[in-house]
Design a binder for this molecule. Structure first.
Ligand code: AHR
Length: 551
């Protein structure tokens, strides 16, 4: 939705006067629809985008890895009073179904690079218990591909399967596709049928490995080596099922020494055989990343915007080199806040089954930033087709289980709002907002930037089926309320259906099983519906408004 012709962009910025022109020449933010405004209210001009295609809801997917308590005691806990006849936790299944998560990536993550998918299929009594090397845990294989597919069908989501490109061969990757997607009459399809799955699973989206540039990854590779393996495997996989959507491994983060170089070299080897490339990013409010500054922290979704633009530029560069007519899409298949449970016992399973790993406790400021990430993904949905919040349950997750129930962490709410209400196409927004400075001195290189950050970050969607708009608004001002004037063009709001906000006096507040609603949405007074609507966004808040329109 941000693909605005640069001439109209320039005209728009010129119409904003001096401040806008400064921003136009000085900041890349104009490319995502922002111009510097004065000290008054922020203004957002909302109009229909030129391309009116609906955004792909897969951009709001999630991730489930065999890691810690994500699978075992997260989604699967046979013997628990909360489990159904399949052993699936019904309370978790209910939450995920209610969320309406469009796609879930599985089984890893780092786990996948040592995983033999054959260990997780067939009669459960015959499945091996193995020492899992990515997280040093015990893996019983009682939950595997078929259980995952059953669970996906139950919660109404689509599977996105990862392949082992670490210890795994291209042959086994191709066999996995045959096992899942081939109708009948061949070795692997008949094996699936003998396991009780007569019909193919028809899994469409596949990740060709995970973070293969990372020194922590089992079977880490050089870019060209990986790119050639991906090319070979992808070609064979398409021979089995030409409808596959294949995602190559991009750099595992902007901090990698080979960031973008890896992506270029991989794509130079396999551009013609793949459809998308992966991006991963984790963020935190730490001394090296933000200087422990919440103001810098809440600007981190703009770092995600940047990463998207940079990786897209590499894709387009290789497209040009190859004179290809195919434009790759991006799969931001791991993103989240993750910085507290990231070392020591939090990442070492100590050879236990379902250990407590990566159990990050999320507070209000994390939730506000997750709202920012949702905004970034939506405004880039024209290029980012798949996105996965990493992860879904227990492990760096919005949902946490105990033996007796499930807790919604603070980050649940912004994610849930987008899943529930963002529908249809992403509207074209041009925002004029007051800004605050961020400084790069002393920060880790990838975050060390001097820049101006808009106090207000906003996206909007419009569902042409029912005429409902959804506006998602982040106020990064830690001290004061900010006004945001929405000026609607080509769409006329007729009624505000609901308006809720996530805010509070304590940015470090978090939910627990004892106090599950310390961070929870509150109703917010909304302006009357009309062509010009002024929202009063509380200090440090993320707000959703649902609006009926004449569209
Ligand atoms: O999501 C946790 C881990 O982060 C994943 O296993 C890996 O891909 C990434 O480094």
């Amino acid at each position: 939705m941000v693909s605005i012709a640069s001439s109209s962009r320039r005209r728009f910025l010129a119409s904003l006067g001096g401040a806008g022109a400064t921003m136009a020449s000085a900041s890349w933010l104009d490319a995502i629809g922002y111009a510097q405004g004065g000290r008054g209210p922020a203004r957002a001009f909302v109009q229909q985008p030129r391309a009116r295609a609906d955004f792909n809801r897969r951009v709001l997917g999630a991730f489930l890895e065999h890691l810690g308590r994500a699978v075992y005691t997260g989604v699967y806990q046979p013997g628990s009073p909360l489990a159904d006849s399949n052993g699936f936790r019904s309370d978790v299944a209910r939450e995920v179904k209610e969320l309406d998560v469009p796609i879930v990536r599985y089984p890893g993550g780092n786990f996948v690079s040592g995983y033999n998918w054959l260990d997780g299929v067939g009669p459960k009594a015959q499945r091996p218990t193995v020492l899992e090397r990515a997280w040093n845990s015990i893996e019983t294989n009682q939950f595997g591909t078929n259980e995952f597919i059953d669970w996906c069908r139950q919660v109404g989501t689509e599977p996105l399967l990862g392949m082992n490109f670490g210890t795994g061969t291209a042959e086994m990757a191709v066999a996995y596709v045959e096992y899942c997607n081939y109708e009948r009459g061949t070795r692997w399809s008949e094996l699936r049928r003998s396991h009780g799955y007569e019909k193919p699973h028809n899994v469409r989206y596949w990740c060709l490995g995970n973070e293969m540039d990372g020194p922590w990854q089992i079977g880490q590779m050089q870019a060209r080596e990986y790119g050639r393996k991906a090319r070979d495997a992808a070609r064979q996989m398409r021979g089995i099922d030409p409808t596959l959507e294949l995602i190559a491994c991009g750099s595992s983060g902007t901090g990698m020494p080979q960031y973008l170089v890896w992506d270029r070299e991989v794509l130079e080897e396999c551009y013609d055989q793949v459809d998308g490339i992966s991006l991963h990013a984790y963020y935190g409010n730490t001394q090296p990343l933000t200087g422990n500054s919440t103001a810098r922290y809440l600007a981190m979704n703009l770092d995600m915007d940047r990463q998207i633009r940079e990786v897209a530029a590499v894709c387009d560069y290789v497209q040009g080199l190859r004179r290809s007519s195919k434009r790759l899409w991006l799969s931001f298949d791991e993103w989240n806040v993750w910085y507290r449970a990231r070392s020591g016992d939090a990442v070492n399973g100590r050879r236990q089954f379902a250990p407590r790993l990566l159990e990050e406790v999320y507070n209000l400021e994390d939730a506000l930033l997750v709202g920012g990430f949702v905004n970034t993904l939506l405004r880039n949905a024209e290029r980012v087709r798949v996105g996965c919040l990493a992860q879904l349950v227990n492990v760096i997750a919005p949902l946490v289980t105990s033996d007796t129930g499930v807790l919604r962490q603070s980050t649940y709410f912004p994610y849930a709002w987008a899943l529930h209400y963002a529908r249809g196409h992403v509207l074209d927004l041009r925002v004029e907002a007051d800004t605050y400075p961020i400084r790069g001195a002393g920060l880790q290189a990838e975050f060390a930037r001097n820049d101006q950050v808009p106090f207000v970050d906003v996206v909007a969607t419009l569902d042409s089926q029912n005429g409902q708009a959804c506006v998602l608004m982040l106020n990064r001002d830690l001290e004061g309320e900010r006004e945001l004037v929405l000026e609607w063009r080509d769409v006329t709001p007729t009624r505000v259906l609901a308006c809720e906000t996530l805010t509070g006096p304590d940015l470090k507040a978090f939910n627990t099983f004892e106090q599950p609603r310390r961070v929870a949405p509150q109703q917010l007074d909304a302006p009357a519906a009309g062509a010009r609507m002024t929202f009063k966004l509380p200090a440090r808040s993320y707000t959703v408004a649902r609006i009926a329109t004449t569209a």
